[in-house]
Design a protein around this ligand. Structure first.
Ligand code: HEC
Length: 110
């Protein structure tokens, strides 16, 4: 009986600690997503390509609804929205990639 209590006392802080560490790590990953995605794009696309993405975005994405600004959604949300909407806007892969470059580099932080 005593042994069980000692064991529990030893294990409880460990369990609590692991839970906390997990949370900290998860929030770090979440905040890194925006920066990682923006860094990936900045490595792949020039400033003028990103600017071209803005022009395509402004010309194609405000036809069915008012133009939604990149800063309205986080990267994670845009990654779900963009493929659907680029299809709706009938953008080819190249144009869709430029629109993504513009939107992701200007998405809501977080
Ligand atoms: C052919 C019409 C059409 C075009 C073109 C279009 N959209 Fe949409 N969009 C919709 C409709 C319909 C909805 C609402 C239903 C839905 O979410 O599918 C929507 C919803 C959205 C939303 C809200 C999603 C949410 O979950 O709240 C965003 C953001 C958006 N569109 C962005 C874009 C962007 C960026 C483009 C250009 C690449 C674009 N749309 C082009 C029809 C269009």
């Amino acid at each position: 009986m005593k042994k069980t209590i000692v064991l529990l006392t030893l294990c409880l802080p460990l369990v609590l600690f692991t839970q906390c560490a997990k949370k900290t790590m998860m929030s770090k990953t979440a905040s890194a997503t925006t920066t990682d995605a923006a860094a990936e794009i900045k490595g792949k696309y020039s400033a003028s390509q990103i600017a071209e993405g803005k022009v395509i975005f402004e010309g194609s994405c405000g036809k069915c609804h008012k133009l939604r600004q990149p800063a309205e959604f986080k990267v994670s949300a845009w990654e779900g929205i963009l493929p659907r909407m680029c299809k709706k806007a009938k953008l080819d892969a190249e144009k869709a990639a430029l629109v993504r470059a513009w939107v992701i580099t200007n998405a809501k932080i977080g």
